[in-house]
Design a protein around this ligand. Structure first.
Ligand SMILES: NC(=O)c1ccc[n+]([C@@H]2O[C@H](COP(=O)([O-])OP(=O)(O)OC[C@H]3O[C@@H](n4cnc5c(N)ncnc54)[C@H](O)[C@@H]3O)[C@@H](O)[C@H]2O)c1
Ligand SMILES: O=P(O)(O)OC[C@H](O)CO
Length: 339
């Protein structure tokens, strides 16, 4: 099967997925926001800022024109930062309205939108009516672009309420090193994906401050407990949080130097200022804006998220990290599980 695919976003994950899909035999156009990225991909077959040293397949074509990029596409993949998705979807809608083609829309972005608290698939569906698509699918799981780019084993979840669309995505992306499992719990998959980024900032901060393995395991485990708590409150299946998009992605993000969220936390732990860290990262750190959304959403829903609240206070209220840790450790004693 060879499909016509448009990948929206030429950052690290968009470029790696576009390259993988090209090597899977599909006809792929990657839509780049900046002309210089388009020129580099088309002329040098590299994307040095995001993926230093990676040689891209020469059949991969880049374009800065959205209408040309998505022309006749069977599948449109969103891989732009969460808070940019709505704007891109609004540009896409009039283009889709002019054709009879109804692509499957896939989201690979991980976050919650500031202001609306929407998950990414909700943002897309609030802009693009269902009748313009052949289904909306979320792909998520432990997947650093750096590993997938060198064909290291990567497993993901393809989540949709439309099982046929999820199975289609599963087959379009699958190859010898990239394996996908279907899941119909879109809420759980997207909540896990978004909230793990916040915990990863905390894990990086612990590392930066010199804490050991016990502290890191405690943060990951108790972090997963509160991710599940908010996710279930929002309608997720609790089982999803022990899957690839839950604990799987939390492990990869909270333990890896590839993670922008972990690196952000690590630098904060070393005493750097948040704005300097973000200015120097040169890539999106989704957990910073998602910490704000998660903190507000948890308050609105009456869900206890002490670690997320502590990370929010460090990021947005200048609370010293050590003080935040002391306060967490001195919370009232309680049972491990609330049944
Ligand atoms: N990098 C990974 O390993 C990885 C893996 C899985 C999921 N993700 C998720 O994928 C999403 C994208 O991450 P990334 O790592 O590719 O980000 P990135 O920072 O590497 O790249 C972001 C891309 O978005 C573009 N962009 C910025 N503003 C834009 C705008 N207003 N309109 C259109 N495009 C714009 C940038 O030019 C860049 O090409 C995030 O939600 C991230 O959590 C990333
Ligand atoms: O680099 P991060 O922290 O944005 O994480 C990237 C992916 O979400 C890992 O699965």
């Amino acid at each position: 099967m060879s499909e016509k695919i448009a990948v929206l976003g030429a950052g690290s994950w968009g470029t790696v997925l576009a390259n993988l899909l090209t090597e899977n035999g599909h006809d792929v156009t990657i839509w780049a926001y900046l002309q210089k990225d388009t020129d580099e991909i088309n002329n040098k077959h590299t994307n040095e800022h995001y993926l230093p040293g990676l040689r891209l397949n020469e059949k991969l074509v880049a374009n800065t024109d959205l209408a040309e990029s998505v022309k006749d596409a069977d599948l449109v993949l969103f891989v732009v930062p969460t808070n940019v998705v709505r704007g891109v979807a609004k540009q896409l809608l009039p283009i889709l309205e002019k054709t009879d083609k109804k692509p499957v829309i896939v989201s690979a972005a991980k976050g919650l939108e500031v202001g609306t608290y929407d998950r990414v698939s909700q943002v897309i569906q609030s802009v693009i009516p269902a009748e313009q698509t052949n289904g909306v699918v979320v792909i998520s799981g432990p997947s650093h672009a750096e590993d997938t780019s060198v064909k290291d084993i990567t497993t993901l979840t393809a989540a949709s309420t439309n099982l046929e669309a999820a199975q289609y995505v599963q087959h379009v992306f699958a190859n010898s090193y990239f394996r996908l499992y279907t899941n119909q719990d879109v809420i759980g998959v997207e909540m896990g994906a978004a909230l793990k980024n916040v915990i990863a900032i905390g894990a990086g901060a612990l590392h930066g401050l010199g804490y050991g393995d016990n502290a890191k395991a405690a943060l990951i485990t108790r972090g997963l407990a509160e991710i599940s708590r908010l996710g279930v409150k929002m309608g997720a299946d609790p089982l999803t949080f022990i899957g690839l998009s839950g604990v799987g992605d939390l492990i990869v993000t909270a333990t890896s130097r590839h993670s922008r969220n972990w690196r952000c936390g690590n630098q904060l732990g070393h005493g750097e200022k948040l704005q300097d860290v973000l200015d120097n990262m040169g890539q999106v750190v989704e957990g910073v804006s998602t910490a704000k959304v998660a903190h507000e959403l948890a308050q609105k829903e009456g869900v206890e998220m002490p670690i997320t609240d502590a990370i929010y206070a460090v990021l947005y209220e200048d609370k010293p990290i050590k003080q935040a840790i002391t306060d967490l450790m001195q919370r009232e004693s309680k049972p491990e599980f609330d049944y």
